[in-house]
Design a binder for this molecule. Structure first.
Ligand code: TK8
Length: 348
């Protein structure tokens, strides 16, 4: 009894006020709000790709912009190469308030928000402009609005981009060439089912495990945009690069909602503007670096092939049942809205 009372008093007298004090301070800052509404803060940001990848360059731009706009009060600490964990793990760290920012591919987030899977339908976008129209338009916004109930805030889309296939066995020129290939895919059911439909043996795997899996032959191949193939040095363990461009992957800029809710309006604006400005820059860099990467990979001796449009059409047909099935699951109206947006760009 006595202990109990003592504990209660301690709780009310010491623990409670210090807890209140802690939550008033929020995470990562040590000064109270100043006249301009900006406090000293440290923002821990992590991504899966390297500092040299366009995504890394985007993060460095974000850091520069936040620090500049906050007069040096808000600091961004960038962590690259999945040192804080892979996309799913970092997203969970944001939800728990242990990390402030991450920019994952949307694909591994489908376990949380299934509708993100509409971006995983192969051969939907023909070029970046079509993708930007959907992502920056009403469809893209609707999906970002699904984040806050999961303790996340989405500040827009960056670009991972069009994915192509590498493997150690053979050039992939036709739908038949996928048969029997052991492929790493992202942790995403649309990708898994689509590659299965083509006759490949796909297995889902976190990004940071891919190089070793390719090197040891656990899988024969993987698919990613060219800048990733270059910066992850997949060319050292893969002989063939087939320019399939089979699907476009966006990155989504995520902030921990716990952290976000603690920010002043001014601070939220700084984060939001910086994420968008850096995103614009990142998309430009990405397009340029993907072009450069193709030349680099050729020079490094990868055997590169294109895929004829009729063969692409056959691949698309083969996986149509998968797309149809998931369109039902994700919401036919949403899929229709996306396709209408794409059509509008095509008609221009
Ligand atoms: C990086 C990943 C990567 C993605 C993948 O964290 O997993 O293959 O393309 O860019 O998001």
């Amino acid at each position: 009894m006595k202990m109990n009372n003592l504990f209660k008093r301690l709780a009310v007298g010491v623990l409670l006020p210090s807890l209140l004090l802690l939550s008033a301070c929020g995470s990562g800052q040590n000064e109270s709000a100043s006249a301009d509404g900006i406090q000293e803060r440290t923002i821990k940001a992590g991504i899966g790709n390297s500092k040299m990848h366009p995504q890394g360059k985007g993060m460095e731009k974000f850091k520069e912009l936040v620090e500049e706009k906050s007069g040096g009060k808000m600091k961004v600490q960038n962590f690259f190469d999945a040192t804080l964990g892979d996309d799913q793990k970092m997203t969970e760290a944001l939800q728990g308030g242990l990390q402030e920012v991450t920019v994952p591919s949307t694909s591994p987030l489908v376990g949380m928000i299934k509708e993100f899977g509409i971006y995983d339908f192969p051969f939907v976008f023909n070029n970046e402009e079509e993708a930007y129209t959907v992502l920056d338009g009403t469809v893209g916004k609707k999906l970002l609005e699904k984040l806050p109930v999961h303790d996340l805030v989405g500040l827009g889309y960056w670009e991972n981009g069009f994915r192509s296939l590498t493997n150690s066995k053979q050039p992939v020129k036709t739908a038949e060439d996928f048969k029997g290939l052991k492929l790493r895919t992202m942790q995403n059911e649309v990708h898994l089912d689509a590659f299965s439909k083509l006759g490949a043996n796909p297995s889902p795997m976190a990004f940071s495990e891919v190089f070793t899996a390719l090197e040891t032959g656990t899988v024969d191949g993987q698919e990613n945009p060219l800048a990733t193939i270059q910066t992850q040095k997949y060319n050292e363990v893969q002989e063939y690069l087939s320019l399939t461009n089979h699907v476009y992957t966006p990155f989504v800029f995520l902030v921990s909602k716990k952290f976000w809710d603690d920010l002043s309006e001014q601070e939220q604006e700084i984060m939001s503007e910086a994420a968008q400005e850096a995103g614009k820059y990142q998309r430009e860099v990405n397009q340029k670096e993907n072009e450069k990467a193709l030349k680099y990979l050729k020079k490094e001796g990868m055997k590169i092939n294109e895929v004829e449009p009729e063969e692409m059409e056959k691949m698309k047909k083969a996986i149509q049942p998968v797309t149809d099935e998931y369109a039902q699951k994700f919401g036919p109206d949403l899929v229709e809205e996306m396709m209408n947006e794409v059509e509008k760009v095509r008609e221009k």
